[in-house]
Design a protein around this ligand. Structure first.
Ligand code: GRF
Length: 218
């Protein structure tokens, strides 16, 4: 019997490497999910080409065509509903989500952020982690709430920061982990293993790692 697949709507604004990793994992049946809509707010987003190439339904809703955030979000919600989306996956989607959107998909919108939240929310966070002198950074998959990168944390991956790192090298190291944990988080939803209790995300059958990391070594 074919496994029921979780219906994903992936929203992207740019390059779409996270989108690509989800496309690949769906195609290779590594996750029990299917992308039923790729939606971009930017007509030049490379993500649209990736969707086209993978023969996935895709759509550009340009935020510049709307006078305010709510009406843009209403159009986005309508498209996601039309496609029967069950989980909204923000993959480099550079728009702030309004209440209209949040209320349409309660606890069903997830985001990936290239830092270890709650450290370094917002933009250009790889550079900020370097400038701060942090010894570790990483990425966070979290639920989206009405703050900027403040929603309950689902999964995190940690990477070391090296003395000779620059923004590009650190971003690449983090991105590699993003591509792994974003699909892992989607699979947790597909398996219905996620329960949200206040700020805490309970994952059935999961146990914490017992690994402790120290950086640098000397
Ligand atoms: C990623 O670093 C993601 O964490 C952030 O935006 C970037 C998107 O990259 N939210 P891509 O478009 O998936 O390549």
């Amino acid at each position: 019997m074919a496994t029921r697949k979780l219906r994903l709507g992936v929203l992207a604004s740019g390059g779409g490497t996270n989108l690509q990793s989800i496309i690949d994992n769906c195609q290779e049946q590594k996750i029990d999910a299917e992308i039923v809509l790729v939606l971009c707010n930017n007509p030049d987003a490379r993500a649209l080409e990736r969707a086209e190439k993978a023969d996935l339904p895709h759509l550009c809703i340009n935020h510049r065509d709307f006078s305010d955030r709510q009406s843009f979000d209403q159009a986005v919600v309508a498209a996601l509903r039309e496609a029967d989306v069950e989980l909204v996956v923000l993959a480099g989607f550079m728009r702030i989500i309004s209440e209209v959107f949040l209320e349409a998909f309660p606890q069903r919108i997830i985001n990936i952020h290239p830092a270890l939240l709650p450290a370094f929310p917002g933009l250009h966070v790889q550079r900020k982690a370097l400038e701060y002198g942090a010894r570790f950074s990483g990425c966070t998959v979290h639920l989206v709430d009405n703050g900027i990168d403040t929603g309950p944390i689902i999964l995190q991956a940690v990477v070391p920061i090296f003395a000779d790192d620059d923004e590009a090298s650190l971003s690449a190291r983090i991105l590699e982990q993003e591509h792994i944990i974003y699909s892992q988080a989607i699979q947790l939803f597909a398996e219905d293993r996620i329960q949200i209790v206040g700020r805490q995300v309970k994952i059935s059958g999961a146990k914490a790692t017992d690994e402790t990391l120290v950086n640098p070594t000397f």
